[in-house]
Each structure stands twice: as structure tokens, then as C-alpha cells.
Ligand binder design. Structure first.
Ligand SMILES: Nc1ncnc2c1ncn2[C@@H]1O[C@H](COP(=O)(O)OP(=O)(O)OP(=O)(O)O)[C@@H](O)[C@H]1O
Length: 939
């Protein structure tokens, strides 16, 4: 924007009279100001003030007035003594630090001449706002110079203020000692050596370090100040532990002006760069001390007597009364206001800060603006008052919005069709949270401070929670003056920037962590700032009035000419003429209705007797005119009925709007939405026509290709499932069979055992019978003689020569056969079961399923049998001569040896002693049982 290229105006909205000693030089040279006026005002101004440059913002220190010693040179040296986190020990009385005054209420500001009511020329309850407007021409170039460098302009491109979240930045106070925190552009990490818990790390919009305040302003405040200038409410506040640098950030000092003075400079810079608008600026300055609100611009005596009260306004708005607002027209004026307010602030020396703020301070600027008349070239600008001299009450009322409800004072009015925007910029320096001190007064203040900060924390916590979980829980705004005052902004109708100041010292880790937790919570609060705009109805009404006058004049002229003219006109022309007159009438009625509607809003209450219908009947009309009137009224009714129908249809078709949308924005929103709908329809149509068809074709192809494959896969899967079902059934069956088989085999085995025992017994019976028979046979002398093999050739037996019985012959023959019979094959074992028959094939390991068992396990089981059982398991041969062999097998090796010896000596087979033995030691006990009374054969 090229400011210098804008042409100068003849008599624009520059202040027409000097309103304060702080007025701009252009004002000073105004015609309305005489030189004596000027010198009188200058006399009231302190010399330092007159010579002040834009760098001197610092107000004289109030009650504990002490000069700060910051200079450009010492800024680069270590500046700060480490700030202890807690008061470690009580201070010695009479130490170097200046004493805190006994009563904080005794404010030195009261003595300042500038605080006297007479000097406050800008306390302008009676000032005509039109005369104190500020525009680009009234801003002195010197007021804005020095800030417009490259970094400044670069910062202007980032507009955090547009977001619907609170902008949260951290400023780390420089320290000479060790820092417990490591900072990057957006992240702050706590050194693990200072925490016992898990590593702590925080993310914010920006992390700022160092002493210069200019980058701080560009980063955290500038976009919000601009938002306020554009019509949005904006709040910037500093929060942090005591002595962490809040006041330094907000107010600063001569060398490093803080956010407030820089914001004021920026406000005038903005006005200078906006030639199309004019502004009305009003400032107020208050503090909340021990839960009561004090007007810092009012004379201290009256401020103490009349604390400011908070009253409810419209919706969540608040009204502060009585609160002084001062109109400012230049930067110097603002500086003066700031200086007075600063001087009245309560500060005191505490254990941590030589000049600690003992209150929350709020500097507010109400900004009202409207388009400049010459920028608009509005023909109605100089419209005189209506002929009846009546103003439209709606337009004359105070400007609605935060400005109106807060305080009385001059208000900018919408004019000549130009609407007014109203917004409030609040710059807040909160008192710092702190711990109890040795001083009673400070401790009491500290309690109030901490309580209101705690309430702020819980309000923020609830708001953040509500936003995150879409809840509408009660927010305890009323629990403290601070939160109640901030209610309109915290509930969303403001752009908020918070700068949390921290002390990086390791001894302050817990306080810093709690500040960072607060910062984290407030980041989640949801905002939805809206512009406030007051539409000018006066100008519109004036326009209507003028039109009505014109129309009436034309109608009267026509009516006057009508009798003569009608005689000359054809019937058709007469109809046309009557139609034209009817149109004029209709238009007059419509405009009258519009005027009445806008006036009704404010007048109806005071004028109950006014007729409801705005149409007035003129009883002086001629019958012809009345007929025409009737005709036109009917036609109007018809067309209105049609119009209503079409309007209703249009209303139905209207896109829905949020209920909260401001009235004056609705048309624009509807237009925007209709445009978006049209564009979307075009996009959809384009998609259908261009992309839709090919995509559909591709989809169909793919579907076709995959249809068969999918069906085949489904079929295969079903088949597999069927097969798996069959398998399961088979397995079940098999399992059952195996279990049955197992039981059968078990039974078979038992049966086998039984049969074997039976057989053995039978054989044993037979053997005994045979032995008894042989003995008997021989005892009867019927035994055959033995026939040695050598003589067999000569004495061989034949049918003719049968062998002859001899005494003991049978036994001898038995012995002979025994001697020769060793070669006999004797089946010593029981017949082996076939593999299939053996019950030992079954797996008895406990598995439920029956499995085949390898043969060697059968053997292993046998091997594992005790020796005794082995013995008893030996079978007897069926042949009668196998008996001896059986005996041998049953005897241990030594017994067998002895047996062989005996055989050699006696030449006969004798039953071993062992056979005759009784008791557990007998190996054949089980076989012979109690039948061992069979005596051995004795020769
Ligand atoms: N970033 C900084 N650079 C240089 N000096 C600083 C900085 N921040 C704070 N200081 C200095 O530290 C001291 C305490 O700062 P300040 O008074 O701003 O703290 P505070 O947070 O406002 O404290 P309180 O809550 O007690 O009012 C002051 O002397 C101030 O100049």
C-alpha cells in the first residue's frame, strides 16, 4: 500500500480541535487551537513528556519508585541473578533491597498532576466521536517509523491469529547459571538429570529466548493486533511464575519496549496503511488486586472508593462499570494513558522480584472503524436529517458489541450507508504464581493471586475438555474476577495468544513444569472469533424517504393532469396510464413499509397506539382514483401471492446456514454456498460425462474377468470342505473300530492265557499218568528188554521175533530213548501269536487313538518280565520224552550240571531235587502245583 500516493482530503475526519496535550502535531496546528490554549496545555504537561521520543514508554515507577538500570550496554552482559524457586530464608531487615511499602493502596500516582480529573481531556463522555476520528492522514510518520524492517514484514505473512486455536508461545528468561531445559524451535525438553519420572517434552507454537522484545512482538502479538484492527476481538496475555519476565515481555523498558507499546505503534502503523477507513480508538486500563477491580485511569482516591463492578451484558458479555475510557488520537496520547496506568499499578518488592506485580493488569483498546466517506464516494453522505427531524433510534443507539456493553462514552456511528466494525484488543499482564513469603501483606496478595490463577487454570481445563470431548460442562467463570472478565474472550469470541514465561533455573523446575502444563491445556481451547459489524440503516431510510417524496410529486402531477389528458387518450392509453399510476402507488407503499419496519424495531415500544397497518387511506381521493387504487391493489395482491410462492420455493432451496451466522453475513454466506453448490454440480457433471463412463467400463471388465475365477474358487473350497467332513467322519469310524478291536484283543489275550494254562495242566496230567504207567508197567515186569544198537543187526526184531518183556525193561527203554532222544526237536515255546493276534501290538501309552505297535516292543516287554515269571512261562512239549528237556529248561545252569553228573553215574533220567523242593524257591511250583507228590523214577 503506497500511503504517500493517496491524495490529501479537504476537510476530512481529522480531529477538529485539540483534545489533549498528547495530540499530534497536525492537531496542534489546527485552526481550532489558539496559541494560548496550546501553552496552557503544554504547561500541564511534564517536560519529560514533551521531549519524549517513541522509545520512552516507561512510566515512572509507582509506590516503590526505583529506576531500572537497563542500558544498551548492560543488556549484553549477564543481566539476571538466578531466581530462586522458593524463598530459601527470610530476608534480613535493612538489606540492600528497598522495602515494600506497608499499604499497597498508597499509590504514588495519585500525586501526579496527570491523574487529576481536570487534566484528563480525553475522558470524553461528551466528545463528539466524529471529531476524534483517526485516519491515515492524522497518523504522524514518526509514530510508526523504526519498526518496518524486513523481519517485521516477514512476520506479517504468518497469521496465527486466523487459527481457531489459542496460539501458545514460551519465552525462556535468560540465565547466568545452568539451564534445566533444552529448547529447539518448537520443543522444550527437561534435562533427564532433573526429573525422577519419564523424560518430559513439550511442543508449542514457538519457543523464544533472549532479551530483545522485537522478535517476541513479531512472533506472538502482531497477527493478533492486526486481527483486532480488522474487527476481531483479540487477547494477548502473559502467564508464568513470579519474576519470570511477564512484565518485561508486556511492558518492557526504555531500551526494550514490550508488547503493549509496540502494539500501539503497530495500531497507528495499520491506520496509516489503511487509507480507506477511519477509526475511533478508546483505551481503558484496570487491575485486579485482591479480587477487586480498580480503574487505573481514574484518580486513585475515587478509584479506591468506587471499585469497578462486573455486570452481565448480552449473552456472555460483561459490563464493567464505572470504568473510564479515554479516546486517543495519536501514539503520544496512548503513551500518556499507559504512563498513568503504569504509575498506578501495585508493585512491591518480594523475595523473588524487586518490583513484582501484585495484581493482574488489563490494558484494553476498543477499536471502532468504518469506511471513509470520500473513499466511498457516497452521494448520500451529506444527506440532511429527515424532514421530520427524527433520527432512526436504532442507528442512534450505542454501538453494540463489546464496546457498547462495556462503558459509556463516544461511539462511532454507521453513516451514509457505511457500517461500523467494533473490536477490543486486550493486553493482560497476569501476576505471577508464587509461594508464601515472610511478609504478611505479600502472603495475602499471593493467596489471591494464586486463587485466581488456579481458577483460570480450571476454566481453561474445562474449556479444553469440553472442546476435546464435545461436552458442554459448566465452566466456573464466576469463581474469580479475572475469569469472569475474560469470559467473552475465553468462550471463543476472540483470537487469543498466550506467552508463558519461564525461569530455566534447575531450582524452578516444578514451577516451570506447572506453567508448561497450563500452556499445554490452553492450547486445546477452541476459538471461533467473529467480526462485529453494525449496518447503517439511517442512510438507507433517507434514500427511501427521498424516493417516496419524488414518487409522490410525480403522482400528484399526473393526477392533476388526468381529467384533461384522459379526454384526449384512447381507452387503451387510459388503461396504460392508470397502470403507471398504480405502479407509482405500489412503489410508494413498499418504501413506506420498509421505513416503518426499520423504525418499528425501536419505536414500537414507546408508541403502542400506532396502527398495525402501515397503509394510510387518503379520503380526499376522487372516485376514479379510488377505483384505480382498488384495481391496482387486487393486481398487487395477485402478484404478491405469486411472489410469496416463488419466495417460499427459493427459501426451501436455500442451503442451510449455521444458526450462529450473523444476520448481516447471511446473504453473503448464501451466495457463497450457492456458488459452491453450482461449482460442485459442474464438477459432478464433468465427472459423470468424462471420467464416469470409462471408469465404469473398466470396472465391469474387471468384474467379468474375475467373476468366473471367484466362482471356481468358491466351488473348490466347498468341495474341500465336503471332503474334510468326510475325512472327519471316517476317522471317527476308524477310531470306534480301533477301540472295539482293542477290547476284543484284550479279551483274546485273556482267552489265550487261559487256554495255555489249560493245555499245560492237561499235558501235566498226561505226563504224570504216563510216568505212573511206566513205573507200574515195569513193576509188573512187563517192560521190554533193551536192545543195544550194536546188536541190532543180528538180533533185530520182526513180526516173527517180537521183543520180549523184561523186568525194568520199560524204564530202560525210556532211558535209552532219552539218551538217544536229545536230538529230538522239541518245541519249547508256546506257539507265537501272529502279529495281528498279539494284544501287545496295541499302543497302551495312553493315547486315545489306537496305533500299531512295533514287534520289538513285544520282546522288550517280555525281556522286562522278572526271571521267575520267565521260568513259569516255559511250555512243555507234547511228546512224552520231552519231559526231561522241559525239566532241564526249568533248571538253572548249576542244577543242570548236577543232573548231567547224576545221569552219567546212574544212566537214567531222574527228576532233580529241585522238582521236589517246596516253597517259593521252586521254579516249577506254579506248573506242578500241589501235584508234586509224583516220585522220581528210582532205578
Ligand atoms: N528476557 C529477559 N531479558 C532480560 N531481563 C529480563 C528478561 N525477563 C525478565 N527480565 C528481568 O527480570 C526481572 C523480573 O522480571 P519481571 O518483573 O518482568 O517478572 P514478572 O514475571 O513480571 O514478575 P512478577 O510476576 O513478580 O511481576 C526484571 O528485572 C526484568 O527486567
Amino acid at each position: 500500500m503506497v500511503v504517500s500516493s493517496t491524495p490529501a482530503r479537504a476537510a476530512p475526519f481529522t480531529p477538529k480541535r485539540l483534545l489533549s496535550s498528547m495530540s499530534s502535531s497536525s492537531s496542534l496546528s489546527s485552526n481550532a487551537t489558539t496559541s494560548s490554549d496550546l501553552s496552557a496545555r503544554l504547561a500541564r504537561t511534564t517536560p519529560s513528556l514533551l521531549s519524549s521520543t517513541h522509545k520512552k514508554y516507561k512510566a515512572p515507577i509507582s509506590s516503590e519508585s526505583r529506576t531500572r538500570t537497563f542500558t544498551k550496554t548492560n543488556l549484553h552482559k549477564p543481566l539476571l541473578a538466578p531466581v530462586p524457586a522458593t524463598p530459601s530464608r527470610p530476608r534480613t531487615p535493612g538489606a540492600a533491597r528497598p522495602r515494600t511499602p506497608g499499604t499497597p493502596g498508597s499509590r504514588k500516582g495519585a500525586e501526579s498532576p496527570s491523574l487529576m480529573p481536570a487534566t484528563s481531556e480525553m475522558d470524553v463522555s461528551n466528545v463528539d466521536p466524529e471529531e476524534v476520528l483517526v485516519d491515515f492522514q492524522s497518523v504522524e510518520p514518526g509514530d510508526i517509523s523504526g519498526e518496518l524492517d524486513e523481519a517485521w514484514l516477514r512476520a506479517a505473512t504468518q497469521d496465527h491469529g486466523k487459527e481457531d486455536k489459542v496460539m501458545v508461545s514460551i519465552r525462556i528468561r535468560p540465565t547466568d547459571g545452568k539451564s534445566a531445559w533444552t529448547a529447539s524451535a518448537n520443543t522444550l525438553k527437561l534435562d533427564p538429570t532433573y526429573t525422577k519420572t519419564a523424560a518430559q517434552s513439550f511442543n508449542f507454537d514457538s519457543i523464544l529466548t533472549g532479551t530483545p522484545n522485537k522478535p517476541i512482538y513479531s512472533t506472538v502479538a502482531r497477527s493478533h493486533v492486526h486481527a483486532a484492527m480488522e474487527g476481531f476481538n483479540a487477547v494477548i496475555f502473559a502467564y508464568g511464575q513470579t519474576a519470570s519476565g511477564k512484565t518485561f515481555t508486556l511492558t518492557g523498558d526504555d531500551a526494550e519496549p514490550g508488547i503493549i507499546p509496540r502494539a500501539m505503534r503497530d495500531v497507528f502503523g495499520f491506520i496509516r496503511r489503511t487509507p480507506e477507513r477511519e477509526y475511533l480508538l478508546r483505551c481503558s486500563y484496570l487491575e485486579i488486586y485482591n479480587e477487586s477491580i480498580h480503574d487505573l485511569l481514574a484518580p486513585p482516591s475515587s478509584a479506591a472508593k468506587n471499585p469497578v463492578q462486573i455486570q452481565g451484558g448480552l449473552g456472555s458479555e460483561v459490563v464493567l462499570t464505572p470504568l473510564r475510557e479515554e479516546v486517543v488520537t495519536s501514539l503520544k496520547g496512548v503513551k500518556e494513558v499507559l504512563r498513568r496506568g503504569e504509575g498506578n499499578r501495585r508493585t512491591a518488592c518480594t523475595d523473588w522480584n524487586e518490583r513484582s506485580s501484585r495484581s493482574h493488569s488489563v490494558f484494553r483498546m476498543v477499536i471502532e472503524s468504518r469506511e471513509r466517506a470520500d473513499a466511498r464516494d457516497d452521494e448520500d453522505d451529506d444527506v440532511p436529517l429527515p424532514s421530520n427531524g427524527r433520527h432512526t433510534p436504532g442507528a442512534r443507539s450505542q454501538t453494540p458489541g463489546p464496546g457498547r456493553s462495556q462503558t459509556p462514552g463516544p461511539r462511532l456511528q454507521a453513516r451514509g450507508g457505511r457500517s461500523v466494525q467494533t473490536s477490543v484488543l486486550s493486553l493482560i499482564d497476569l501476576a505471577g504464581s508464587e509461594k508464601a513469603t515472610s511478609d504478611k501483606d505479600r502472603t495475602r496478595e499471593g493467596k489471591y493471586i494464586n486463587t485466581s490463577l488456579l481458577t483460570l487454570g480450571s476454566v481453561i481445563g474445562t474449556l479444553a475438555d469440553n472442546a476435546a470431548k464435545h461436552k458442554t460442562d459448566h465452566v466456573p467463570y464466576r469463581n474469580s474476577k479475572l475469569t469472569r472478565m475474560l469470559q467473552p474472550s475465553l468462550s471463543g469470541n476472540a483470537r487469543i495468544s498466550v506467552i508463558c514465561t519461564i525461569n530455566p533455573d534447575p531450582s524452578a523446575v516444578s514451577e516451570t513444569t506447572s506453567t508448561l502444563q497450563f500452556a499445554k491445556r490452553i492450547k486445546n481451547v477452541q476459538l471461533n472469533a467473529q467480526k462485529k459489524e453494525i449496518v447503517d440503516t439511517d442512510a438507507l431510510i433517507e434514500r427511501y424517504r427521498k424516493e417516496i417524496e419524488d414518487l409522490k410529486k410525480r403522482l400528484a402531477e399526473r393526477e392533476a393532469e388526468a381529467p384533461v389528458r384522459n379526454r384526449r387518450l384512447s381507452t387503451r392509453e387510459q388503461v396504460d396510464e392508470s397502470k403507471a399510476m398504480k405502479d407509482l402507488n405500489t412503489r410508494i407503499q413498499q418504501l413506506t413499509k420498509l421505513i416503518l419496519t426499520s423504525q418499528t424495531v425501536d419505536e414500537i415500544k414507546g408508541d403502542e397506539s400506532r396502527p398495525a397497518s402501515p397503509v394510510k387511506i387518503d379520503f380526499d381521493m376522487s372516485p376514479y382514483q379510488l377505483q384505480q387504487e382498488l384495481l391496482s391493489a387486487r393486481l398487487t395482491l395477485d402478484s404478491q401471492a405469486t411472489q410469496i410462492l416463488s419466495l417460499e420455493a427459493a427459501l426451501d432451496a436455500r442451503p442451510p446456514l449455521p444458526a450462529s451466522a450473523p444476520e448481516n453475513e447471511k446473504d453473503r454466506l448464501i451466495q457463497e454456498q450457492s456458488k459452491t453448490i453450482r461449482e460442485l454440480e459442474i464438477v459432478v457433471r464433468g465427472y459423470e460425462e468424462n471420467l464416469g463412463e470409462p471408469l465404469r467400463a473398466v470396472r465391469e471388465d474387471v468384474e467379468k474377468e474375475w467373476e468366473g475365477k471367484v466362482a471356481e474358487e468358491v466351488r473348490k473350497r466347498e468341495e474341500k470342505e465336503r471332503w474334510a467332513g468326510e475325512l472327519v467322519k471316517q476317522l471317527e469310524k476308524e477310531k470306534k473300530v480301533r477301540i472295539q478291536l482293542f477290547f476284543v484283543v484284550e479279551a483274546g489275550m485273556l482267552m489265550d492265557g487261559y487256554i495255555v494254562v489249560q493245555m499245560r495242566m492237561t499235558l501235566e496230567e498226561e505226563r504224570r499218568a504216563l510216568a505212573a504207567f511206566v513205573s507200574k508197567f515195569d513193576s509188573l515186569g512187563l517192560g521190554l528188554s533193551s536192545m543195544p544198537a550194536s546188536s541190532s543187526s543180528t538180533t533185530s526184531t520182526s513180526k516173527l521175533r517180537p521183543p520180549m518183556p523184561t523186568l525194568g525193561g520199560a524204564s530202560a527203554a525210556y532211558a535209552e530213548r532219552r539218551a538217544a532222544g536229545h536230538s529230538h526237536d522239541i518245541d519249547r515255546t508256546l506257539p507265537t501269536l501272529t502279529e495281528a493276534e498279539s494284544p501287545l501290538r496295541m499302543d497302551m501309552t495312553g493315547n486315545s487313538s489306537v496305533k500299531l505297535k512295533p514287534q520289538h516292543q513285544h520282546q522288550i516287554l517280555l525281556e522286562q518280565m522278572p526271571e521267575e515269571e520267565l521260568w513259569s512261562d516255559v511250555s512243555f512239549g507234547e511228546q512224552q520224552d520231552a519231559f526231561q528237556v522241559e525239566v532241564e529248561l526249568l533248571l538253572p545252569e548249576k542244577e543242570r550240571e548236577r543232573e548231567r553228573e547224576r545221569e552219567k553215574i546212574f544212566g537214567v533220567v531222574g527228576l532233580p531235587d529241585a522238582i521236589g523242593r517246596k516253597g517259593a524257591g521252586s521254579p516249577v511250583r506254579h506248573v506242578l502245583g500241589d501235584k508234586e507228590n509224583v516220585a522220581p523214577v528210582k532205578l
